[in-house]
Design a protein around this ligand. Sequence first.
Ligand SMILES: [Fe+2]
Ligand SMILES: [Fe+2]
Length: 381
Amino acid sequence: MMTPVTPDAGMASIMASLNAIAARLDRLEASEVETEVSLEPVAAPVAEKPRFRVPAGSVKSLQKPNVISRMDQAPAQQQVEKFSPLGDSGPYLGEMFGTSIRRSPIIDAPVSSSPIQVTTIGDTHFHPGLDHLTTRLMLLAGIHVAETRTPYLRHIGDTSDFASLCRHTRNDTWKARQKPSIRQDLDSLRLNWDALNLPLELYNHKPQKRVTLGNHCAWAETFEDANPELKGLITGERDSIFRAHGWEVSAYGEFAFLGGVAFTHVPLNIMGKPAGGQTPEVTISNQVTHDLVFGHTHRRNSVLRPKMGYNNRVNVVNVGSAMPEFYVGEYAQLTQGSAVTYGISQMTIFDGRIQSERHIPWREMEMMYGKTADALQGRSL
Ligand SMILES: [Fe+2]
Ligand SMILES: [Fe+2]
């Protein structure tokens, strides 16, 4: 027989059931939320290039070749440490035979993602007998740099022929009677820089200028070495002419970096000789680890060499000569006469690389700036 239910007991039972149902509904809702969160998201289509997986914080250094990163951290001005077996700090330290100089890289501008524009003048081989031609060319180059407001100007070396110091032609030979004097060579150097600077001054444009000395420039060092009484006399006046005309000077064979790209007259091989061969650009691009601009052979060329790795390559540009058109040095008449190029080079550098390069022949320069040059010809500051 069933026990009769009192009204109070019935209500309590119903409330307990309702509470149990509510609690169960709460649990169900909670489980539904969890179910939603644990759903696998739909994979988005790949719209970006694959990137390296790198530890956090190291992305910046990985975007550039290591050598560039090292140069970024190097001081702006070249630091030179000298070592001597004597351990002293005498005036000849670093020049003394058997001592060495530790060099840090020369960096005129760091690697930048903003485009850097640079005009490069190749080997000019100024000669007192050619001043009437080369001063015109330097005038054209100066007008170009001034009108385009190019912020960096480079001369790749062999500025002067320095025929006076040529040791390949002995002074007791018939040929040597045609040699100019050292005085004439130095005056010619000054005259041609005056011509280049004239439009820069008139247009009030002051590019950062650097000359990377060539082997002909370095004949001065070799000559002084062979004639010790003259130590510092010729090189001293040569470099003071450069400085007086706003040029910074780097040694023959030394690299000077601009936006991660090296500029030098010609890279020296492990034996200290200029990189040679029929196409030295190929040899150099196989060995160098960054983009490089050089001259020396008087033949314009550009080699883009891919490297193993991610987006790895080097571009080696030979800017050719900036000598008067058709001129070939006396010493090279039969070796390269048909392959010499004559003009300047205009480049854009960013991300540590040469991104564009254009050879502008002198005749095109004459077409673009000839009238302006005519107006300036013969003027002096
Ligand atoms: Fe040269
Ligand atoms: Fe050279």
